[in-house]
Structures are given as structure tokens and as C-alpha cells.
Design a protein around this ligand. Structure first.
Ligand code: ADP
Length: 312
């Protein structure tokens, strides 16, 4: 079996990077890393794929051409196009193409509440988190999560937008009321003060943390997102942080993921598992070739899609 895998790994593969923008750093790096290994790599604009699903031979068409014989697809599907993007990815899966992350796993990870529920059920450390629907239940919800200060998050937010710190109960109530009045979905979370404006991004591929960085919020902010002016630093993970990251990704069913962890007084707590983690911040900070590590994974797992269709 090993021999067989080695032969497959050496064969040039045809790889699709599903991305809306070929100029993005992550997209470019994946293309570069794939080509450097002798593979054929195409950037496919997710929203330009159209599909015939009512057929016994599923196909994807792209700008007038049939997308066939791809061995693997790297989904880089932005949150705003999750629904259509996952339909395209599912079509690749139906055609027997290896998906670096499968549509089911991405879908699971895009639902923040569901993700936290899954992680909590398996004993992963999380900040105390609550959610409610009715404004009438807010006062009790605030008590339930331990009172102010609290972090209030828009469920649909990314890159730190829609993450607000409420220092007092009164502030928390007003913010929540405002969000509810515009029908925004939110969750309310214990403020992990001792994290001191820093979080840790672990990049996991195939069950291993291959790079990690500590992001520090700019002065006066508690959000460490690099897009919000946070700075990145190298970090040594504790064994507990490493195993938390690996377990969280496994629970979500992802092969490639970025996990955000806070250092709390009671140990590592997971904020989020991201199925399309950016490569720029982590590669620049750690000098690790994360893109090639993703190509390594594809080489290890890709088999001829013709064989797979025949097996089905
Ligand atoms: P997004 O998905 O929009 O990046 P996050 O939930 O990751 O939102 O929050 C953004 C940043 O805010 C985190 O990287 C972290 O630095 C900080 N943060 C988020 N939640 C908490 C919390 N409960 N306690 C302390 N800091 C937090």
C-alpha cells in the first residue's frame, strides 16, 4: 500500500484552488507551492462555476469549459459566499475529487454556536458563553455567564468586526438591545481579561500543529486580529495548547484549519476554528512554508479520481 501511495504522490496532480481572487496572498502561495512541486494548479472563481446536478455523471462548468480530471480542490470560500461555495465544493466531491476540507466540515465550522456546542460536548476548554433569543431573557442570561465585563459577538462577524467589550452590566444590556433590535444574532461571552489582549493562532494540517503565532492587540483594544492592527509574534505552545488545537480540529472534521486560543487562568480556551485560515500572517511571522505543507497533504491523500469513480 505504501508503494502505491508513493507512486501516486510522485505523479503530477491537477489541483483547483477555489478562490474568488487570484491576487490574494494565500491563493498565490498555494499556486506557487503546487507549481514548484510540478503540479498543475488552477485558480477557479467559485462564483463562476455552474453545475448540472440532475445527472448520473455530475459535472462543473466554468466559463464555458468542463472542469474535469481534477485530483484535488483547495476550498478558500469566503464567509459571504458560504452557501453557493459549499454547493460547488460538494459537486467536486461528487465527482470524486479530494477536498482538502470537506463541505460538511466547513459547514459545521461556519456555524459558531454549533461549533462551540460540539467542542464543549467533547470537553474542549471554552470561554463561558451564552445566547438567547428574547430581550426578556437578557438580564438572566447576563447573570448566567457571570456578569460584566462581557464580550458580545455578532454570530456573522469576522476579523474582529462585531466583537464588542461591555465593561458594565448596563452597557451590556444596551448593546444587546441594539443588536436584537436590528435582528442580529449574537452570543455573549465571559471576558478573558488575563489573556491581556493576546490570542494564539495555531495552524493545523492533518492532525499536527505546523505553525503557531501569538497575536497582540494594539494599545487600547482587546481584539488581536491582524486586520485590526494586531501584531504577530512567534510563540512556544504548551503541550496542553497543542493538544487542545489538534483535538478541536479533529472534532470539527477539518484537515486544514486555524484555531484561535486564549490563555485563560484555567488553561487554553478555544475561540474559533477557522476552515479557511489566511497564510500571510502565519508565514510572515514564523517563516514556515505553510502553503507547501498543504500541498504535502494533497500529495499524501490524492488518488486518481478515475479510480475512485470506478470504485463507486
Ligand atoms: P472574529 O471571528 O471576528 O475574529 P473572535 O471571536 O476571534 O472574532 O474575536 C476577535 C478577537 O477578540 C480575538 O482574536 C481575541 O483577541 C478577542 N476576544 C474575543 N473573544 C474574547 C473573550 N471572550 N475574551 C477576551 N478576548 C476576546
Amino acid at each position: 500500500m505504501d508503494d502505491n501511495n508513493n507512486n501516486l504522490a510522485k505523479r503530477p496532480l491537477k489541483i483547483a484552488v477555489l478562490s474568488r481572487n487570484q491576487k490574494l496572498y494565500s491563493t498565490q502561495r498555494l499556486v506557487e507551492a503546487g507549481k514548484a512541486r510540478g503540479h498543475e494548479v488552477h485558480v477557479i472563481d467559485t462564483l463562476r462555476c455552474y453545475m448540472n446536478i440532475a445527472t448520473d455523471k455530475p459535472t462543473i462548468h466554468y466559463k464555458g469549459k468542463n472542469l474535469d480530471d481534477f485530483d484535488a480542490v483547495v476550498p478558500r470560500i469566503g464567509a459571504s459566499i458560504t452557501h453557493y461555495g459549499l454547493a460547488v465544493l460538494r459537486q467536486f466531491e461528487m465527482m470524486g475529487v479530494l477536498a482538502v476540507n470537506e463541505s460538511m466540515a466547513i459547514n459545521r465550522s461556519r456555524d459558531k454556536l454549533r461549533s462551540l456546542q460540539l467542542l464543549s460536548r467533547r470537553g474542549i476548554g471554552l470561554p463561558v458563553t451564552g445566547f438567547a433569543h428574547s430581550p426578556d431573557d437578557i438580564p438572566d442570561l447576563l447573570k448566567m455567564v457571570g456578569g460584566a465585563p462581557l464580550v458580545i459577538k455578532l454570530l456573522e462577524g469576522t476579523q474582529g468586526l462585531g466583537v464588542v467589550l461591555a465593561e458594565t452590566r448596563k452597557a451590556a444590556e444596551s448593546i444587546i438591545e441594539a443588536f436584537i433590535s436590528i435582528k442580529a444574532n449574537i452570543m455573549v461571552q465571559e471576558f478573558v481579561k488575563e489573556a491581556d489582549g493576546a490570542d494564539i493562532r495555531c495552524f493545523v494540517i492533518d492532525g499536527e500543529v505546523i505553525a503557531a503565532m501569538r497575536r497582540q492587540a494594539p494599545e487600547g483594544d482587546f481584539r488581536s486580529n491582524l486586520h485590526r492592527g494586531g501584531t504577530a509574534h512567534t510563540v512556544n505552545l504548551t503541550p496542553e495548547e497543542r493538544s487542545t488545537a489538534i483535538r478541536a480540529v479533529r472534532i470539527m472534521g477539518l484537515n486544514v484549519a486555524g484555531i484561535d486560543i486564549l490563555r485563560s487562568a484555567s488553561g487554553p480556551v478555544v475561540l474559533e476554528v477557522n476552515s479557511s485560515p489566511g497564510l500571510k500572517g502565519i508565514e510572515n511571522c514564523t517563516n514556515k512554508d505553510v502553503a507547501s505543507a498543504i500541498i504535502d497533504f494533497i500529495e499524501k491523500k490524492a488518488t486518481s479520481n478515475r479510480t475512485r469513480i470506478a470504485e463507486e
